[in-house]
Design a protein around this ligand. Structure first.
Ligand code: G3H
Ligand code: ZN
Length: 290
């Protein structure tokens, strides 16, 4: 019987599927994602970036997730996503977050490792069930942007498998996010994941450490399936959810120019988010796990 996020991640690793992670900025997105998850009987991670968390409020996010778990009976985990400092992660954990990504990937490796270790020690001393993710190698773009131009990935941004092994050993992270040709946002050119590198990183990193694929938007389905086969057991999606939300909201407001009742014009928006999330759940193989 799984209780913690790490339990679910271990099961997903053994069975070669991926625990989904969706970012939300508001309750309407959460509602759409949860509607898909209820239909799919899947565990799910709900992520808030620093900006998203500041907008929602840490405690508000915690209460939404508590209510979501109670009402759906699903395993729902709240993640502080791409938090950039020890202090900010500590504040999220104090507010009851289940998990955090301490993202110091743009810092020097030594500084990234030392500070990530500090976060892991702090979190695990607080509660061993808290799951901490670290990142080595960096993504060159940002979530929510649809790039009109092609994006070239500089080779020095990619994660070296030996460096990954050392980082994971030094920091003691529960989850590890590498850069393997993935991007935040959606570029004009098709992403090309580096499968050799993924296999080498999976072999270098202990099996009980989850491999997290960021930038899940815009990755073609065949590449996503291969990435999961090779060992990614946790996948983050934000931009495609934001686009589904925004497109549907623009269309709804245009179709109902006189409507002022939010729950009416948000109805098709929730549905658009549900459909997009469901596509991803099917692709990640997380359906009917609960
Ligand atoms: O942490 C969030 C993600 O990595 C989302 O990436 O916006 O490309 O889906 P995405
Ligand atoms: Zn990310």
């Amino acid at each position: 019987m799984n209780e913690t996020l790490n339990d679910w991640l271990r099961q997903a690793a053994e069975e070669r599927w991926a625990v989904p992670h969706f970012n939300i900025s508001n309750f309407v997105q959460l509602k759409g994602v949860l509607a898909a998850c209820m239909e799919a009987h899947t565990p799910v991670m709900i992520g808030t970036s620093e900006g998203e968390a500041d907008f929602i409020g840490f405690r508000m996010a915690r209460h939404w997730i508590d209510a979501a778990e109670e009402e759906t009976g699903l395993a729902v985990f709240l993640n502080a996503d791409h938090f950039h400092s020890f202090e900010k992660v500590a504040a999220a954990l104090d507010a009851g977050y289940d998990s955090a990504l301490i993202d110091l990937s743009k810092k020097r490796v030594e500084d990234n490792s030392a500070e990530t270790r500090r976060v892991v020690d702090h979190a695990h001393a607080k509660d061993r069930a808290i799951s901490i993710e670290g990142e080595l190698g960096y993504l060159v773009t940002e979530s929510s942007k649809i790039y009109k131009e092609a994006v070239e990935i500089p080779p020095e941004s990619l994660t070296d498998p030996d460096a990954a092994r050392a980082f994971v050993e030094t920091t003691g992270v529960d989850r590890f996010a590498p850069a393997v040709g993935n991007l935040h946002g959606i570029a004009a050119n098709m992403p090309q994941l580096d499968f050799e590198r993924i296999a080498a990183i999976r072999a270098a990193v202990p099996a009980n450490v989850a491999l997290v694929l960021h930038g899940g938007s815009g990755i073609p389905d065949d590449q996503m399936r291969r990435a999961i086969e090779l060992g990614f057991n946790n996948i983050h999606v934000s931009t495609e959810i934001r686009v589904a939300y925004t497109d549907a909201l623009r269309a709804a407001l245009a179709a109902m120019p006189d409507e002022t009742t939010p729950y009416k014009f948000y109805k098709p928006v929730v549905e658009a988010v549900r459909i997009k999330a469901m596509e991803k759940l099917q692709l990640f193989g997380s359906i009917n796990r609960i």
